[in-house]
Design a protein around this ligand. Structure first.
Ligand code: PEP
Ligand code: MG
Length: 306
């Protein structure tokens, strides 16, 4: 019942053997942040910033973006807020950007690939994020990373934006954590290398599953192949978690899989430490965490993956 789930709001997501897991919310607009708090979320694990760019005739200005990021940070009053930089392309169309139609939009000019080629647009977003970072615990996350060079390029642009702001006398938080989405199989496979450059990983299973199994996440004719529990997917998730632990990088998950109470045991068994999902799933996933043993989940997954 609703009352029963409400009871989970203020208690930690802790297993019966005393291991604690982070519970975060996914949002698309600043207004959704309040619901994450009401559901007992400990922060925002994914703010899909592309929603600020959609359904409009022109790109949002630096001021508009700054106001939106700041609003989320203020609602969350000191709790962590992970803002993902513009994830355009694929199924997310933004009419005023020159992406056009592609034969394989999910394999095309999207997300970080687009941003690294439209550096003027990207810099506006990075400046807005850096300015907002003075108002809370903001973390930046880059989407669709497929290898090391993209992280280096994105971080260089972030440093440039920071220096520009400094020269203008505008403060940005020092040491803001930087993370990447792990949603391309190549990124999972070289996650030991990628870990050197970032503070956290967030596994995006929506895309990771489609790319691993070569099954379009939008195409019903192949949806029978889109299996979140395919051994290949589970092995990749485990590899990412192991590399994260080895290199002291936090590892969370923000794809749909993270909000499924029936899959939490599998994910904990694979080594996922933080879960980010839509607000209404938070009490359900918490309830699930509180019913299981981390050690038993680990043992079971080790056997399953053999
Ligand atoms: C994902 O790919 O799992 C993800 C969280 O990103 P999106 O669903 O926005 O592509
Ligand atoms: Mg994605």
């Amino acid at each position: 019942s609703k009352e029963e789930l409400q009871a989970f709001k203020d208690i930690p997501a802790e297993t019966i053997d005393g291991k604690r897991f982070g519970m975060y919310g996914n949002i698309g607009t600043p207004a959704e942040a309040a619901a994450v708090l009401e559901s007992g979320g400990e922060g925002i694990g994914l703010f899909r910033s592309e929603f600020l760019f959609m359904d409009r005739a022109a790109m949002p200005s630096e001021e508009e973006q700054y106001a939106a990021y700041r609003a989320v940070l203020e609602t969350m009053s000191g709790k962590p807020v992970i803002v993902r930089t513009l994830d355009v392309g694929g199924d997310k169309e933004i009419p005023y950007l020159p992406i056009g139609s592609e034969f394989n939009p999910f394999l095309g000019w999207r997300a970080i690939r687009y941003c690294l080629s439209d550096t003027a647009l990207f810099k506006v977003q990075l400046r807005a994020l850096l300015r907002a970072s003075a108002h809370g615990d903001l973390r930046i996350m880059f989407p669709m990373i497929s290898g090391e060079q993209e992280i280096l390029d994105a971080k260089r642009l972030l440093d440039e934006a920071r220096s520009e702001l400094e020269a203008e006398g505008i403060a940005a938080a020092a040491g803001m954590p930087i993370g990447i989405m792990i949603e391309v199989p190549s990124a999972a496979l070289v996650s030991d290398r990628l870990a050197r450059h970032v503070d956290f990983f967030s596994i995006g299973t929506n895309d990771l599953i489609q790319y691993t199994l070569a099954a379009d996440r939008m195409n019903e004719k192949v949806s029978y192949l889109y299996d979140s529990q395919h051994l290949a997917v589970l092995r990749l998730i485990r590899m990412v978690c192991e590399n994260a632990r080895k290199f002291n990088v936090h590892v969370g998950m923000c794809g749909e899989m993270a909000g499924d109470p029936q899959l939490v045991e599998i994910l904990i068994g694979l080594g996922v430490e933080e879960f980010s999902m839509s607000a209404e799933q938070i009490p359900l996933v918490k309830k699930s965490v509180r019913s299981l043993s981390e050690e038993a989940a680990r043992i079971r997954m080790t056997q399953t993956l053999e």
